[in-house]
Design a binder for this molecule. Structure first.
Ligand code: TPP
Ligand code: MG
Length: 323
């Protein structure tokens, strides 16, 4: 299956840029997985492999001063928003140079300097914060927008409903980006959601609901661009449901017994990178592989050479006013 790229006539340089972002996430995560298996990364990891087109498509239409809120599966969101690979890798290694000074780990990466609010592992908890950021932008008189990433599991959390309702009644500049990867851990969407599409729920709040192919970066980008125009112009929020799939387990100890190998193979056919690489040509893609590998090598070397956090700094940078 080919990407929708040529049909929409995007310039080659733009496509290459989107591909590079997705490739960076994919290779970064593959390296993380290897490092985890070698025992060099502590705690667990929720990898984003397969879902890259969602983060890249949405973030490609955000400005640096726009915001995003993220989830327990945040590496892709953070990289796509421009958080430094060094700072993310160092955070995974629990080093003092990490983006949360080694205190957050994988599920809390982010960097407010580039608008990536440090991720929250509590499912759905980013949504009220996104509404709050949208309200803040309104009160400060800016045209900033905020993208709120959450999963199909998150879509059933009360906090997400409250946030969507508030964003809709106050026309807050929020893109609700639902990454429907068909499972909340091992629970299939069909067992916990009765409507055909999560985007159907948008009507109940009074906002547009759009379903997009989350394995097609250009389709995601197009939907996100329309939502951003609407949000910046005071039109309020949009719910974009991206149908996607994680081409990996839920976390690092998941044998995926709740889904079939046939289903996995069918989605692998729709791999967002493979779809776009066909439109770009082998030579361009090979050059990016080298470039991205160097970025990741550098990030790992930086993380390994970095100091551990010090016990006396335990309470520093935790509270707004330090005790
Ligand atoms: C409020 C809350 N309940 C349960 C969990 C445990 N938990 C972590 S990830 C997850 C599944 C989330 O599914 P989804 O929102 O679809 O995101 P995905 O993992 O598919 O990316 C659950 C239940 C949690 N972290 N927070
Ligand atoms: Mg899910």
């Amino acid at each position: 299956m080919s990407a929708t790229a040529p049909a929409r006539g995007q310039a080659a340089a733009e496509l290459l840029c989107l591909y590079r972002e997705m490739l960076l996430i994919r290779r970064f995560e593959e390296r993380c997985n290897a490092l985890f298996l070698q025992g060099r990364i502590p705690s667990t990891l929720h990898l984003y492999i397969g879902q890259e087109a969602v983060a890249v498509g949405i973030c490609s239409v955000l400005r640096r001063d726009d915001y995003l809120t993220s989830t327990h599966r945040p590496h892709g969101h953070a990289l796509a928003k421009g958080v430094s690979p060094r700072a993310i890798m160092a955070e995974l290694f629990a080093k003092a140079t990490g983006c949360c000074r080694g205190k957050g780990g994988s599920m809390h990466v982010g960097d407010i300097a580039v608008g990536a609010v440090p991720a929250i592992a509590i499912v759905g908890a980013g949504a009220p914060i996104a509404a709050g950021i949208g309200l803040s932008a309104r009160m400060r008189g800016t045209d900033q927008v905020v993208a709120c990433f959450f999963g199909d599991g998150g879509a059933n959390e009360g906090a997400v409903h409250e946030a969507m309702n508030m964003a809709a009644i106050w026309r807050l500049p929020v893109l609700f980006a639902c990454e429907n990867n068909l499972y909340g851990a091992s629970t299939p969407v069909s067992e916990v959601i009765a409507v055909p599409d999560i985007a159907d729920r948008a009507a109940a709040y009074g906002m547009p609901g759009v379903v997009v192919d989350g394995m097609d970066v250009l389709a995601v980008r197009e939907a996100a661009a329309a939502a951003v125009v609407r949000a910046r112009g005071g039109g309020g929020p949009t719910l974009i449901e991206c149908k996607t799939y994680r081409l990996c387990g839920h976390s690092r100890s998941d044998a995926c017994g709740y889904r079939t190998r046939e289903e996995e193979a069918a989605w692998k056919e729709r791999d967002p990178l493979a779809r776009l690489s066909g439109a770009l040509g082998g030579e361009a893609v090979a050059g990016l592989e080298e470039e991205v590998a160097a970025v990741i090598d550098d990030a790992v070397a930086f993380a390994e050479a970095s100091p551990d956090p010090q016990p006396e700094d335990t309470l520093r940078h935790v509270f707004w006013e330090e005790p």
